[in-house]
Write a protein of this length. Sequence first.
Length: 557
Amino acid sequence: MTKGSYLEISVNKRQERDSKLFPEWLIPEDKLPGADVKNVLAWPVTSGFLSLEEIEITESSARFILESIKNRKWTAYQVALAFCHRASIAHQLVNCLSEVFFAEGLAQAKELDAYYEETGELKGPMHGLPISLKDNLNVIGQQTTLGFAGFCNNPEKFTYDSSLVSILRRMGAVFCFKTNVPTAMMMPETINHVFGETSNPFNRNLTCGGSSGGESALGALLGNCYLGIGSDIGGSLRIPASMQNLFTLRPTFGRFPTFGARSGLPGLESVNSVNGPISTNLDNLEFYCKTVVNEGKPWMHDPKCYEIPWKEVTLPKKLTFAVMKDDGYVKPYPGVVRGLESVISKLEKEGHEVIEWNPLNHDRLNEILLQMFVSDGGIHCKEYAGLTDEPFFPYMEPYGTVKEMGVSELWDLQSERTMLCKQYLEAWNTTASKTKSGEPIDAILLPVTPYSGAKKGTFRYCGYTSVFNALDWPAGVVPVTTADKTVDSKPDCYVPRNEMDKTTFDEFDPDMVDGGPVSIQVVCKKAQDEKVVSLMRHISEIIGTINYWTTKSALKD
């Protein structure tokens, strides 16, 4: 391939994708909201392009959809058709899809309907439920580019499903498309040379985050039915979920299958990528977790999954939370601070105890994680980009310049990380001396990012999420509020701690991020994934965001 060929390949790939969108659903440019319309959350519902039935279907929860298919209120085909139509509209608004296979998904739904008609039995616990997939999950008959031009038609079609996709397919889930990611899935904003940039439907001038950015941008437009699968190696589920005020779970490695998914850093095991659900509806997320683990039995299909069933968790009546308001490196924006303070206030009013959590070695843990990402000297990413002489985006420049790490150096780094993990665990255990109950805390609460929205090209700091990848602790995201320029003003005097803090502060524009989403992280110890989800529910009920994504709430913002 000659230099510059990545441009031609990318054009051809986009044309191929667009040709698979149904022409009868394509909205003329003059009927779409103009570039001056920033918030398009309500547009799919209010534009008149969806039928009332399509709105009803896509605004229903996963459980209601499954029950409606079971009692023959809707067919799997009707559900998939509504899902695809609304996704098509979402794509025209924010450019969120990478692979489109509506026709195959609808054919799959018809097969499920025929099976139900002939046997009177459902295929499985997800019979007819459409699930959205991040681009890295391989699907039989489709491509997985990871945003690399060199991966277009390479291979032309995958001949196998990722283990997770295979499990979901056996349980009756329907797949109709995959969603956009940043190049190699190693940037916190969703942009690549093949498919371009995905916008944030809260404000299309803001980034949707990454790397599961296509998923989250789609999810904010798809309604209460939305259930998608993303991945996370440094915040790739939590960052975009927070940028769109969605629910997500970054699980402990080994609870959900990752085998057979394509990676931009294959073989990296110093830190493991995990798959997890993203949804507008916490019931959808909880249903997914319980069903995939208990019914799918991922340990039978992925050699790195643990045989740990999903358990029911009973929370104590009085909980104790440790809150980290600031990681000491980059100060959060005023809207983030206000959001976290409001959560603390409401928890305390319910009788829960809140103590302070200090960011123990966060800066060093983040440094270690970044070193692990490039420990191969960027060889893999350079190889993939080199297939078409594709240039790196600025955020990925270290992959093109860093020196490969020696084995001894990597072992030392891993040993240091393990020691820091031990210190973090001890810090958790010693909170028993500070709590009224005399027991350690139930969870840590903290910001997801320092941003209450970030202008495209300005998301630079992932330190609030990546530390928990280094620890491999489960972390959930709960929507809290949105930024408000009338109260979240820029401080007149602020002395930055470092260059990253200075840049983050300098780029804060209250007008630009007005209305930007604000979420929090809920973190528990390793393998306490069920407790994280239970706490997400309890907290969101207390702060009033459990039904954030009902039609009324979504349109309100």
